[in-house]
Design a protein around this ligand. Structure first.
Ligand SMILES: Cc1cc2nc3c(=O)[nH]c(=O)nc-3n(C[C@H](O)[C@H](O)[C@H](O)COP(=O)(O)OP(=O)(O)OC[C@H]3O[C@@H](n4cnc5c(N)ncnc54)[C@H](O)[C@@H]3O)c2cc1C
Length: 404
């Protein structure tokens, strides 16, 4: 019997394995990932990583490996205007650091993050089975009995589902979700531009949803371009000329000539919240527990908070000689994370509904609200602290950069 089996080797599964093993090296942990070996290297996306998550990655000894690829976000600019309007007034800007010279977020290419976490897993001796799925499991008194797609069976004191928003493990555990499909998809691609972005991220609210440009290294930016799903699919299928012409209408010429340098893919958006996070000997973490709209770039950051809270719960119990697979222990993790997750899910949902429309009175009211916030430094600092995910009184230790 092993101690912990993690189903899903994305950012959340990998970082959870590293966080637990660093604090409790005697625990035997296996990570099982469905994706064939090497697929993660082909992911062209990048993620906004908040300062709290950076603290966690530093404490796990992976941040130094990521730093050369990470671009600090120094300023966030929010604009709200129709495409046809010749001038795009800026309604709100956020700038500043959370502590010292530490920006409130960084843009990190996904393969850089996964590569660094995998290296640390190797160094700690954590087993990783690639190209293998968790097919089925049942829960016994002392262990979860797990069947893998290669025919192997395994017993683990705890099974953690980190298998993403369409979690099969969540379904097998009989955990229901609240789900709302936005009918929107985000087109993700990378562009190169003539002039430097100076670390500025921009979110332009358009009727179909936000058009976000996020700074990367070397005069490049990552785009998350929201459209109604049928329009997004049409744009992805269109030839390069049509795609680039539509892109230019939205991006404008502020950074000179632009060129698409990455592939393009559309991701459908939905709000998915699990009703429970735990069962005896079973826990959900990351998107398996909550899939939210990426309007505020917080999905993975929520996942890292789960990692910090679950690792601390497991390690604390283990140090006291308590069986961490028991429901009453896992409920501590659920209580810790459920309200924050629900709050972020509702906040992103409201923001998306408020900004993804073109109803004139709503537009006037929201622009007035943005203008007010822009003139209130105290409120802006509050939002920066919220976006950076640091300084909460109930934060798990890893988010504050403390060892568990
Ligand atoms: C367009 C877009 C932009 C985004 N931008 C941001 C951002 O800027 N900042 C941010 O914080 N978040 C962002 N997010 C959200 C973020 O990408 C997710 O929150 C994050 O990927 C969740 O990580 P995860 O490890 O929980 O799940 P995933 O990344 O989905 O990983 C799940 C893993 O489980 C594996 N798996 C699946 N089924 C099984 C099985 N049965 N057995 C074993 N393995 C299995 C898969 O192979 C995969 O490796 C964005 C999302 C989208 C769609």
């Amino acid at each position: 019997m092993i101690d912990i089996l993690i189903g899903g080797g994305g950012y959340v599964g990998l970082s959870l394995a590293v966080a637990i093993k660093k604090a409790a090296p005697h625990l035997q942990i296996t990570v099982v990932d469905a994706a064939p070996a090497g697929v993660w290297k082909k992911d062209e996306r990048a993620s906004a990583i908040a300062a709290g998550a950076v603290n966690l990655l530093k404490t796990l000894n992976v941040w130094d490996e990521i730093t050369p690829e990470a671009e600090p976000i120094r300023r966030m600019v929010i604009t709200d205007s129709k495409l046809s309007e010749p001038v795009r007034p800026v309604f709100l800007t956020f700038e500043g650091n959370v502590a010292g010279d530490e920006p409130f977020a960084y843009m990190v290419p996904n393969p850089a993050m996964v590569g660094a976490l995998r290296k640390q897993m190797d160094a700690l001796g954590i087993e990783l089975l690639e190209g293998t799925q968790v097919l089925d499991f049942s829960i016994g008194d002392t262990a979860a009995h797990i069947t893998l797609s290669d025919g192997k069976t395994l017993d683990a004191r705890l099974l953690v589902a980190c298998d993403g928003v369409r979690s099969k493990l969540r379904d097998i555990a009989g955990i229901k979700t609240v789900r709302f499909d936005y009918g929107q998809s985000g087109i993700v691609t990378t562009i190169e531009h003539e002039r430097p972005h100076e670390g500025v991220a921009e979110e332009h609210f358009l009727p179909a949803g936000p058009f976000a440009t996020l700074p990367l290294k070397n005069n490049r930016s990552s785009l998350v371009w929201n459209e109604r799903t049928e329009d997004a699919n049409r744009l992805i299928a269109a030839d390069d000329f049509v795609f680039e012409a539509e892109l230019e209408r939205r991006f404008g010429h502020k950074l000179g000539a632009i060129k698409v340098v990455g592939g393009k893919r559309a991701f459908p958006f939905a709000l998915t919240l699990a009703r429970d996070f735990v069962r005896p000997r079973f826990a959900l973490a990351g998107d398996a527990a909550h899939g939210i709209h990426p309007i505020s770039g917080q999905g993975l950051n929520l996942g890292f908070k789960d990692v910090a809270a679950l690792a601390e719960t497991i390690v604390d119990a283990d140090r006291l000689g308590i069986d961490f697979g028991q429901l009453n222990i896992l409920e501590r993790y659920q209580e810790w994370r459920r309200f924050d997750t629900f709050r972020m899910g509702v906040t992103t949902d409201v923001l998306n509904r408020l900004f993804s429309n073109d109803i004139t009175p709503v537009r006037i009211a929201r622009d007035f609200g943005l203008g007010l916030v822009d003139r209130m430094p105290g409120l802006k600092n509050f939002f920066i602290r919220q976006a950076s995910n640091v300084g909460g009184s109930n934060d798990p230790k890893l988010l504050a950069g403390e060892m568990i």
